[in-house]
Structure formats: structure tokens, C-alpha cells
Design a protein around this ligand. Structure first.
Ligand SMILES: [Zn+2]
Length: 112
């Protein structure tokens, strides 16, 4: 599954500092699950003692659907949603059989 979005596009929407923080969340296993049901990307991201329900509507304009303060108070594309997107981008860049099973299982195939 390849997302119709790149890390560069995420950086344009959220800023590089957010993308760097999001990479850290991804690399430390804080992204608990991700799913992509076009155009909606959803994820659960652990930060501190809380788990955020991250989400992005992918389109010409990114719409952040995360449950966190940055998202609903300021309409920012936040670190949680970016982290969830980064996991899917990373998955999409690998051959499907090489991806971690837990992650590929949560990505629903698009209906034909
Ligand atoms: Zn968030």
C-alpha cells in the first residue's frame, strides 16, 4: 500500500520539527496501530501517559482529525497524525512480505 502523500508533503503541512518529532515516535514504537481507508488515515499514538487517536484526511488539503489539543485548538497538523502517516509511508516503501505482520494486518486492502 502506497500512501498518496510523502514525508515532504507532511513537512510542508506540519513543519520539519514536527516531522522529526514524529519520526522519533515512530522509531520508538509509539505508534500503536495505523490503518488507511482512503482518504482517511487513522492511528493510535502513545505519548507520555496518553494515547491519542490520530487521523488525517488525505486530499489536496490535509485535514487533521487527531484528538489532541494542537489539532482541535489551532487546526495544526500535529505530531501524532504525522507519526501515523510516517509508519504507513515506511510500510509502503517496503515489499509487502517484508513488512512487520502486525502493521500490515491493520492496513485494510482497498476494495477492487
Ligand atoms: Zn495530535
Amino acid at each position: 500500500m502506497t500512501l498518496p502523500i510523502t514525508e515532504k508533503a507532511l513537512a510542508a503541512a506540519a513543519g520539519w520539527p514536527v516531522v522529526h518529532a514524529a519520526r522519533k515516535l515512530r522509531d520508538t514504537g509509539k505508534v500503536l496501530r495505523v490503518s488507511y481507508d482512503p482518504p482517511l488515515l487513522k492511528g493510535a499514538v502513545r505519548m507520555g501517559s496518553r494515547t491519542y487517536g490520530a487521523g488525517l484526511r488525505l486530499g489536496p488539503e490535509l485535514e487533521n482529525l487527531c484528538s489532541c489539543f494542537d489539532s482541535w485548538s489551532e487546526g495544526k497538523v500535529c505530531v501524532h497524525s504525522v507519526a501515523a502517516a510516517l509508519v504507513l509511508i515506511q510500510e509502503g516503501s517496503k515489499a509487502p512480505e517484508c513488512g512487520p505482520k502486525a502493521l500490515t494486518d491493520t492496513v485494510s486492502p482497498s476494495p477492487q
